[in-house]
Design a binder for this molecule. Structure first.
Ligand SMILES: Nc1nc2c(ncn2[C@@H]2O[C@H](COP(=O)(O)OP(=O)(O)OP(=O)(O)O)[C@@H](O)[C@H]2O)c(=O)[nH]1
Length: 515
């Protein structure tokens, strides 16, 4: 009898232990973590494999999301997935209007016209983003072959909002449908295309397997190699050499200025280095590195809240507005961030308020389709404020967690266009508060980015900065400058054109990568 009981107990213990291990493994799989630097190649453009050029650098944490003006929130219970639509075949791109047709030939700026005239960023070079191939779940494959099955919606005749919204299951549709009409500024715009709802609310195709965020900052070291040369090697060389004469200090100053740290930060860094060295001279290269790292990290204010306010509120989604000059990487960043959010278990709706460049909406739609995010888009030249409004309206009606609105690029020097952006925000706020305004800056344009940032900050109250294209520039120091000037934290960094080349900004990890 005793033996029987003992055997029974042993079996029970073994079963419980197995269940605990299984639970831990499953829980771990669902976490987004940057701790595991995989060198798993990304599939780009269907065929090309992009090699991880990481130097094996590890970041301490992953993306951090918060609820607008509140603390962290727990991940939501996942809502049941709607039946999946078949994989759409990429639509033939809407023809891009010739430049001459869309510039402000009459001297008056029009919606998005800055995209066609010389822009302040000399690196225009808009190209379609190469996305990784869909890694299809088995059940989607047969349908994937069918071409324009998603698009029927696009061509459906019911282009009016009421019907479109009425099509929604849980419609509080009546008011929702009428809502845009309440917006005087919106109504005035005759071109407003409601979410071709049919087309606007493009149903989500099968989700692709989104790579964990692991190893994203791992790419930083490799991709910041040009900035490393500037800040790391030369400044460290001088500091490690022992007593510094005035020429050496000047050289350090010049180096930091050249790396775009900005005058104020450069002066503070040099002053702090001098003070620290006077009190505790460094004895070797390791100590010099530690000192420089400490002084630089201090300048990045590690205490700033860098979480993305993309967690839903009770009964309504978070609203994230993505703004910036043309070609800085707004659409790409919106798509990359949507991937991260989806991987984090969020339901995302994308609003294509870049109504000027048809290709931008198509580009965003492609991103949405790959991650299973719905998209609301308007017709070309529609009022971007109306599209943004409809996106939020739709997001509330369908109960998504976050609505991300991609806006058209605009020159910060064009008052009319900046006013239009202000209007987008104001109109959206009639429906729901905007939780996060991310300003996307192209790191390669250096100081010009600062001027842009100042103007955008005035018009739309930016809450966070995304610095893109940090790969391929020696001006990594712009991070310091931007943050100090704006008093707004850099929250994300773009490290390449790949779908997962977006990383949370972490001061320590960043400085480590620079040195
Ligand atoms: N190297 C590099 N390229 C990037 C990064 N982010 C975006 N790009 C590229 O920059 C180009 C412009 O990106 P878009 O996302 O179309 O820029 P946009 O700001 O939406 O442009 P508009 O719609 O004209 O305002 C594309 O070729 C992107 O692939 C990055 O972090 N690194």
């Amino acid at each position: 009898m005793n033996t029987g009981i003992i055997i029974g107990i042993v079996i029970a213990v073994v079963v419980i232990a197995a269940l605990i291990v299984l639970g831990l493994v499953l829980a771990r799989r669902r976490r987004i973590s940057l701790s595991d630097t995989t060198t798993q190649p990304e599939i780009v453009d269907g065929t090309t494999r992009q090699v991880d050029r990481s130097g094996g650098y590890q970041a301490g944490s992953g993306f951090s999301f918060s609820r607008g003006d509140t603390a962290l929130a727990e991940p939501p219970a996942r809502k049941p997935e709607p039946p999946r639509e078949p994989e759409p075949q990429p639509k033939p791109e809407a023809p891009v209007q010739p430049v001459a047709e869309r510039t402000d030939v009459d001297g008056q700026p029009a919606i998005g016209d800055d995209a066609a005239v010389p822009r302040d960023s000399h690196r225009r070079g808009i190209t379609e983003v190469s996305l990784p191939d869909v890694i299809e779940p088995a059940e989607a494959e047969p349908e994937a072959a069918q071409p324009e099955t998603t698009q029927p919606e696009t061509t459906e005749p019911e282009t009016t909002e009421p019907e479109a919204l009425a099509a929604e299951p849980e419609t509080a549709a009546p008011e929702a449908a009428q809502a845009p009409a309440v917006e005087e500024p919106v109504v005035e715009e005759p071109v407003v295309e409601t979410p071709d709802d049919a087309s606007g609310a493009v149903a989500a195709p099968p989700r692709e397997e989104i790579a964990p965020t692991a190893g994203r900052l791992g790419k930083l070291r490799g991709r910041l190699s040009r900035s490393q040369g500037a800040i790391g090697k030369s400044v460290l060389g001088l500091l490690g050499a022992g007593d510094l004469d005035e020429d050496s200090w000047e050289e350090i100053e010049d180096t930091l200025l050249m790396a775009d740290l900005g005058t104020a930060t450069t002066m503070t860094v040099v002053e702090n280095l001098r003070t620290e060295l006077a009190a505790n001279p460094v004895k070797n290269a390791g100590e010099a590195r530690a000192l420089l790292k400490r002084v630089l990290v201090e300048q990045l204010d590690p205490t700033l809240d860098r979480s993305i306010r993309a967690l839903p509120h009770a009964g309504r989604p978070a609203v994230v507005l993505v703004v910036g000059v043309n070609g800085t990487g707004k659409t790409t960043t919106t798509g990359k961030l949507a991937r991260v959010l989806v991987a984090d278990g969020r339901r995302v709706l994308l609003g294509a308020a870049d109504t000027f460049r048809a290709a931008a909406a198509d580009q965003l739609q492609t991103w949405g389709e790959r991650v299973g995010a719905e998209i609301v888009r308007g017709k070309e030249q529609a009022d971007p404020a109306a599209v943004a409004f409809d996106a939020v309206d739709r997001g509330i009606a369908t109960g998504v967690d976050v609505v991300m609105i991609d806006t058209a690029g605009r020159l910060h020097t064009k008052t009319g266009l900046m006013d239009e952006l202000g209007k987008v925000k104001r109109v959206v706020e009639k429906k729901a508060p905007v939780d996060e305004v991310l300003l996307v800056l192209d790191a390669t344009v250096g100081q010009n980015g600062l001027m842009q940032a100042r103007v955008f900050a005035e018009v739309v109250d930016i809450t966070g900065v995304v610095l893109t294209k940090l790969d391929g520039t020696a001006k990594g120091g712009i991070v310091f400058h931007v943050q100090k000037e704006l008093g707004v934290p850099v929250k994300l960094v773009g490290l390449g054109e790949g779908a997962d080349d977006l990383a949370p900004f972490e001061p320590e990890a960043f400085v480590d990568a620079l040195l």
